[in-house]
Design a protein around this ligand. Structure first.
Ligand code: FE2
Length: 363
């Protein structure tokens, strides 16, 4: 943040995101929430608009979507959003994959929303359960064997996912890499079939490779490029008593143009007058996806599996009614118990036809 001066003009509360006195707090900020910023105090709700044209927020219940793998073991996940840096997909598989798979266009980061099971990988078996993040390096061969129907939010980046720089928090960063689960080698014997299909998912694909031996035949491995799981229960949430912190403090992993965050249960801000609901904004440099995993906001349940897309430059934020309620119930609640997964992308995301067809039409 290169500016030295932070101006104050007209009617502004003394504290940031607090004591609004009926005004609407609207942030016009660059670089997500870490660049130059103007907080504007408006008379009216900036999300009270109707849209004409393609840039509009969409809200979809993922349970209404029908990925091919939900009904056909041979099927694949459903594309929900894409740009040049990433694809966001949905999988809902209950049958074991009858093939092995590699995502060869980039690293894969998937969030286990529902269900449990096993990933057989080249590096060894990796069990997964609800709340797990699963990281699979680009072109890693694996096979999903669900124990129960498993809903995954999947992000394929065209670049590598990396742990963000820890900055001033050092090893107290919310993501403790010592808490990941890493597979142990477990070579699998041939089972007598003629061929083993390894399906390569890629742009213009798929392509299948057929081996006459079991592709998960690794006796041992060494190095620093491997799959792992990390459960959101093990994420350390950073909090403040007097300001609702920006989403960037909850950054979990990142790839070029793609930032993945965990918004998890935490104590609510306690200093009177503090706004506990994220302020209105139009995140001008990032598209945002929020995936509601579980929980509620001050007693109002959030629909599990709801996926919301807010295009960059278009105002969004919790409804005014929810803000008023949060202020009214300030003394009644001392915690936020939401679990929301957020994906911010530098380039515009294009919603797929299935997303547009299932938009709840709230805008
Ligand atoms: Fe946002």
């Amino acid at each position: 943040m290169e500016s030295f001066v932070h101006l104050r003009k007209g009617k502004t509360p003394k504290r940031i995101h607090a004591d609004l006195d009926g005004l609407k707090d609207d942030e016009l900020g660059r670089g997500g929430f870490v660049g130059r910023t103007a907080n504007m105090y408006r008379r009216n709700d900036p999300t009270a608009y109707r849209t004409v044209g393609p840039l509009r927020p969409t809200d979809v219940l993922s349970s209404e979507l029908k990925p091919a793998d939900a009904t056909d073991a041979q099927g694949g996940p459903l594309l929900m959003f894409s740009n040049a840096d990433c694809q966001v997909l949905l999988s809902r598989r209950s049958e074991p994959m009858p093939f092995f798979v590699r995502y060869v266009d980039g690293d894969l980061l998937l969030f286990s929303h529902k269900g449990s099971g096993l990933l057989e990988t080249e590096f060894g078996p990796l069990p997964y359960r609800e709340g797990d993040w699963v990281y699979l390096p680009k072109a890693c061969t694996f096979r999903q064997v669900p124990a129960t129907e498993s809903t995954w939010l999947m992000i394929q980046a065209t670049d590598e996912f990396r742990v963000p720089p820890a900055g001033t928090l050092g090893r107290h960063f919310p993501f403790d890499p010592a808490q990941v689960t890493i597979p142990e080698p477990f070579p699998i014997d041939d089972d007598g079939r003629d061929e083993y299909e390894v399906r390569l998912y890629h742009e213009g694909g798929p392509t299948s490779l057929f081996y006459q031996h079991h592709p998960l035949d690794v006796e041992g491995w060494r190095g620093d490029n491997f799959p792992f799981t990390f459960n959101i229960e093990d994420y350390t949430v950073i909090t403040s008593e007097s300001v609702h912190l920006p989403p960037t403090v909850h950054l979990f992993m990142q790839a070029t143009g793609v930032y993945v965050m965990n918004f998890l249960p935490k104590p609510a801000e306690s200093v009177p007058g503090t706004e506990r609901t994220p302020w209105y904004h139009r995140n001008v440099d990032y598209d945002e996806i929020a995936f509601f995993h579980a929980g509620s906001l001050y007693g109002i349940p959030m629909p599990p599996g709801l996926i919301s897309h807010a295009p960059q430059g278009v105002h969004h934020g919790a409804p005014e009614k929810a803000r008023e309620r949060a202020r009214r119930k300030f003394d009644e609640y001392d915690r936020v118990d939401w679990s929301v997964i957020a994906i911010d992308t530098r380039r515009r995301l294009v919603p797929s036809a299935e997303i547009l067809a299932n938009d709840l039409g709230q805008h």
